[in-house]
Design a protein around this ligand. Structure first.
Ligand code: AP5
Ligand code: MG
Ligand code: ZN
Length: 216
């Protein structure tokens, strides 16, 4: 099964991808996570990507398509995968279709997570993750059960993303509307677009996504 989670920054793509991954055994491919790892490791890709990411702009299609093309060749992707944050331009979507066609595969569903812009700024500026296992949290919406201790691994170290400030979020939202929203008519024309209410509670959103997947 090949599933795409599509939505603006802060829509909940990463949050839901983790849940779907543990329920359906689908591997999560997050270009954002891969690029952040490349920036941290100071690889050639990381050096090129850093400036774009900090400005809330998209990294070039060439870089991200290259990353995904290599990643889907790996063994853990052979039974399908869940894309989080890719594709983000029509050119990326077309490249993905071609990569899949070469393997006799196609996109099964694109889940659009619809959230109003006003909620997104709050979601993003309140977000943090476990420095050890990457479990995501939020200052008010999703706190660990025990204050300052990760539910999943017990770590007491947490990180905030450098692009999670108000100024960059506004730029990321504008980028989404200008460059990524055109994917909605693109996938609607392919008959694979499913829209869900991303404003609902986190658990409720999971139920909605599982409903979509169960019907495939
Ligand atoms: P990326 O890492 O993909 O960031 P993004 O798209 O901006 O999305 P986020 O990760 O910020 O949001 P999310 O939807 O995962 O939300 P989350 O689940 O964390 O990309 C970063 C950068 O990398 C880009 O700006 C670009 O430069 C580059 N890049 C990446 N991919 C690229 C590509 N394909 N092409 C070119 N450049 C690329 O949730 C957010 C918060 O809200 C959390 O705290 C969570 O707890 C909370 N929350 C989640 N759901 C709910 C809910 N239902 N109710 C209340 N709170 C909720
Ligand atoms: Mg994310
Ligand atoms: Zn942890």
């Amino acid at each position: 099964m090949i599933i795409i989670l599509l939505g603006p920054p802060g829509a909940g793509k990463g949050t839901q991808a983790t849940r779907i991954m543990s329920k359906n055994g689908l591997v999560q491919l997050s270009t954002g996570d891969m690029l952040r790892a490349a920036v941290a490791a100071e690889t050639e890709v990381g050096k090129k990507a850093k400036e774009f990411m900090e400005a809330g702009k998209l990294v070039t299609d060439e870089i991200v398509i290259g990353i995904i093309a290599d990643r889907i060749e790996e063994e853990d992707c052979k039974d399908g995968f869940l894309l989080d944050g890719f594709p983000r331009t029509v050119a990326q979507a077309e490249a993905l279709d071609q990569l899949l066609k070469d393997k006799d595969l196609k996109v099964d569903a694109v889940v659009e997570m619809k959230v109003e812009d006003e909620s997104l700024v709050d979601r993003i500026t309140g977000r943090y993750t476990c420095a050890n296992c990457n479990q995501g949290y939020h200052d008010t919406n999703l706190k660990p059960q025990k204050a300052d201790v990760c539910d999943s691994c017990g770590s007491t170290n947490f990180n905030r993303r450098s692009d999670d400030n108000r100024e960059t979020v506004v730029s990321r939202l504008a980028t989404y509307h200008a460059q990524t929203a055109p994917l909605l008519p693109f996938y609607s024309a392919q008959g694979v677009l499913r829209t869900i209410d991303g404003m609902a509670d986190i658990d409720d959103v999971t139920v909605q996504i599982n409903d979509v997947l169960d019907k495939l």
